[in-house]
Design a binder for this molecule. Structure first.
Ligand SMILES: [Fe+2]
Ligand SMILES: [Fe+2]
Length: 272
């Protein structure tokens, strides 16, 4: 059921444990953001971008949780599986961090989501845990996270030196390994994949890339951008995203024996 997204924190023993394991909010200059430097429209845009950020971090936590389950079910190496599960904790720490930034910006904008549908449904071809793990590794890590890293880096480079820069810096530091985990998984999985399964995974990767085409085709609410508040302008964002696909995601998948269809890729990267 779709409902207003609400983020809560229980506190007590679980709060202390999480703060000990992920002291991600410590040492940041909270309460120092000069909101008077921005117009109400700019603040609204920044609040919308970061409210969406809370949801995408939450969705990433769900995606890595699904991947960790598939890795457990396929008997993957323990360190690989534990890392996927540990990334779930990273992502929940990001939910906390980004939620606090949203509060600093004046609070969330209305945002409706159906958390009951947040888990990714894998395709019918993924009829055993190992193939589910392959699909989730490609869509979540090799494509999804690999797109978020350059976007966050770009926003960080434009965000000055204050709280927003520091928040982006903490996110960027964690997201690199998140994008790498899928490649480490594929290295382990490669000898077990048939030629037909590699071709299927190439299609899965292209499907995932096509899901993200609105990132470089539609400006959405972000047009002029508010770089100081972490909302990059659309033209720069478009170039960053298409380069991440062409120069990062596709060559790395190819090195793992997963070669996407060139014509489909060209069509996906073309402007609207
Ligand atoms: Fe994250
Ligand atoms: Fe991530």
């Amino acid at each position: 059921m779709t409902a207003q997204l609400e983020i809560t924190y229980l506190g007590g023993w679980t709060g202390r444990r999480m703060a000990r394991r992920r002291p991600i909010c410590d040492g940041l200059p909270w309460g120092m953001l000069d909101l008077s430097a921005h117009s109400p429209a700019e603040l609204d845009e920044a609040r919308a971008v970061w409210t969406n950020g809370v949801f995408t971090e939450y969705a990433s936590a769900a995606a890595f949780s699904n991947l960790a389950t598939a890795l457990l079910e396929s008997g993957a190496p323990i360190d690989l599986t534990a890392t996927a599960a540990d990334i779930v904790v990273d992502e929940m720490a990001h939910v906390e961090l980004v939620s606090r930034l949203v509060m600093e910006l004046g609070g969330a904008v209305p945002y409706h989501a159906d958390l009951g549908k947040i888990s990714q449904v894998t395709s019918p071809e993924a009829d055993r845990p190992f193939l589910r793990a392959c699909e989730l590794a490609v869509t979540t890590s090799c494509v999804g996270e690999a797109l978020s890293v350059p976007a966050l880096r770009r926003s960080r480079s434009l965000a000055g030196q204050g709280l927003v820069h520091r928040v982006l810096d903490r996110l960027v530091r964690d997201e690199g390994p998140h994008a790498q985990l899928g490649m480490w998984f594929l290295e382990w999985a490669a000898p077990q994949l048939s030629r037909g399964e590699r071709a299927w995974l190439a299609g899965v990767a292209m499907d995932a890339i096509e899901v993200y085409t609105p990132l470089w085709r539609e400006a959405g609410g972000v047009v002029g951008g508010v770089p100081a508040l972490g909302a990059s302008d659309f033209e720069r964002y478009r170039a960053t995203m298409t380069a991440a696909v062409e120069d990062g995601i596709v060559p790395r998948l190819t090195r793992s024996g997963i070669t996407v269809d060139a014509a489909r890729l060209r069509a996906a990267l073309a402007p609207a």
